[in-house]
Design a protein around this ligand. Structure first.
Ligand code: ADP
Length: 169
């Protein structure tokens, strides 16, 4: 799938139509990639997020990008890992589908994702990577208007795991 790319980097630096934020259900900011996105976007992002009244796990909401080089931020709360028997796989798949649906509805042609749920939410990385890439590939099949979707991996281990998962796709 030529329109899927894996890179290592900082998602807050990417000049794309939309970056995805691995948010929490309050949408009012947090640690990890969420904190980095809010710091880089400036206080206007938090002000817009306050008007959204949160978001359910597995769903997504879109805002402007403010001081980020990205035009939009798509906020999605990933599932917290509770051993895999609490619908975690389906919820993570739903995050990717919900974000891509919102991106397409808003005319975004380039979308960058962080590795949702594999930080403080402790979703197992290999399992998350397989789900992420399967959902992205399936969405791209039916949405030719989307030019490119990247996984922006913050560290080398995460990049390697996504690269291996992409080869197995
Ligand atoms: P979650 O709560 O969904 O687990 P985290 O933010 O804790 O979210 O982690 C998700 C992933 O985002 C982890 O792989 C983490 O290393 C990564 N990450 C943290 N900061 C950035 C950043 N600036 N750009 C891209 N990825 C990041």
């Amino acid at each position: 799938m030529a329109r899927i790319e894996i890179i290592q980097g900082d998602i807050t630096k990417q000049a794309v139509d939309a970056i995805v934020n691995a948010a929490n259900t309050s949408l009012l900011g947090g640690g990890g990639v969420d904190g980095a996105i809010h710091r880089a976007a400036g206080p206007e992002l938090l002000a817009e997020c306050r008007t959204l009244h949160g978001c359910e796990t597995g769903r997504a909401k879109i805002t402007k990008g403010y001081r980020l080089p990205a035009k939009h931020v798509i906020h999605t709360p990933g599932p917290v890992w509770h051993g895999g028997t609490h619908g975690e796989d389906a919820l993570l798949a739903s995050c990717y589908r919900s974000c891509l649906t919102l991106a397409a509805e808003n005319g975004c042609r380039t979308v960058d994702f962080p590795s949702i749920s594999t930080g403080v939410y402790h979703f197992p990385l290999e399992r998350a990577a397989a789900i992420a890439l399967r959902e992205i590939a399936a969405f791209l099949e039916t949405h030719p208007e989307l030019e490119r979707v990247r996984m922006v991996c913050f560290d080398e281990r995460t990049r390697r795991v996504y690269e291996e998962a992409l080869e197995k796709l």
